[in-house]
Design a protein around this ligand. Structure first.
Ligand SMILES: Nc1ncnc2c1ncn2[C@@H]1O[C@H](COP(=O)(O)OP(=O)(O)OP(=O)(O)O)[C@@H](O)[C@H]1O
Length: 264
């Protein structure tokens, strides 16, 4: 489904955080949301998955205003894999993944065959079938991240929201997870810190800086040397290699007076 974010502004604790942010993800596209720490990426995601109501602006999924219907209707369509996960440590992996089916049930519905099939399929795709009986709290960071993805897949969403989906994963698992997201063909909005990975997996990028969109479009149009310098504070060049993969070459950046540069 098509995601359309139009002129979204957000204020937190009286402080303006997002300023007229707009973006579009066409059906099946993966749009990467990139930007330095504090640029507003997570805040924007929260407005899209209905955890934070924007002060102004609109968010439409498949033409419908995400904030106009019920929270439950939105939960049937939008699945989020987040950082600040509050999953109870005592739940088993299969119980966690079954949570993905909750928005599809009535209050007193029992889990049916379709639910069980969706849960199994999601666990299989995310590579966590072997963990089914383990307590969530006993898993490694990377295993938890895969289980969260399985829960999101079990939800069979029209829009997948990912907040730094690969940060606990080893290098092979990163590529596997991103390949899996590509294979799904689900419209995806993903916050990614690693520009190389974002460049590899995303159809287009939206660069946030100070709560504003400062660049967007296909990866090489968004990650110009000027954007890399002005927004990310690095001297770097993005280019497509002979295999068609975008690679970013970084020049070393000296510390300022022996310290990390303060945040701008
Ligand atoms: N409740 C709040 N009151 C005031 N400011 C807030 C509040 N919550 C977040 N902020 C500020 O909003 C800005 C954007 O935060 P956000 O978490 O969206 O950034 P981010 O781009 O996701 O950052 P990071 O890459 O570090 O995760 C930050 O400067 C943060 O300090």
């Amino acid at each position: 489904m098509r995601l359309c974010v139009s002129d979204v502004s957000v204020r937190l604790g009286g402080v303006p955080i997002l300023h007229d942010v707009s973006l579009v993800a066409e059906p099946g596209e993966i749009v990467g949301l990139v930007g330095p720490n504090g640029s507003g990426k997570s805040t924007l995601l929260r407005t899209v998955y209905r955890s934070l109501r924007p002060e102004s602006g609109g968010i439409r999924l498949g033409g419908h205003n995400v904030w106009a219907g019920s929270a439950r209707a939105a939960a049937r369509q939008i699945a989020a894999v987040l950082q600040d996960d509050t999953t109870p440590a005592g739940m088993t992996v299969v119980e966690v993944v079954e949570l993905g089916r909750t928005p599809h049930h009535g209050l007193f519905d029992r889990e049916g065959q379709a639910d069980r099939a969706a849960v199994r399929e999601a666990m299989d795709r995310a590579g966590v079938l072997a963990l089914a009986g383990r307590r969530f709290g006993s898993l490694s960071g990377g295993e938890r991240q895969r289980v969260q993805l399985a829960r999101a897949l079990a939800q069979e969403p029209s829009l997948l929201i990912l907040d730094e989906p690969t940060n606990h994963l080893d290098i092979r698992a990163r590529f596997e997870l991103l390949d899996l997201v590509r294979e799904l063909g689900t419209t995806t909005l993903a916050v990614m810190h690693e520009l190389d990975l974002a460049a590899r997996v995303c159809d287009s990028l939206v660069v946030l800086h100070g709560g504003r969109v400062v660049a967007e479009g296909p990866v090489l149009d968004a990650l110009t040397p000027e954007v890399l310098r002005e927004v990310f504070g690095v001297r770097a060049q993005a280019a497509r290699d002979t295999d068609g993969i975008v690679r970013i070459a970084y020049a070393a950046r000296p510390l300022v007076d022996g310290r990390l540069a303060p945040q701008r």
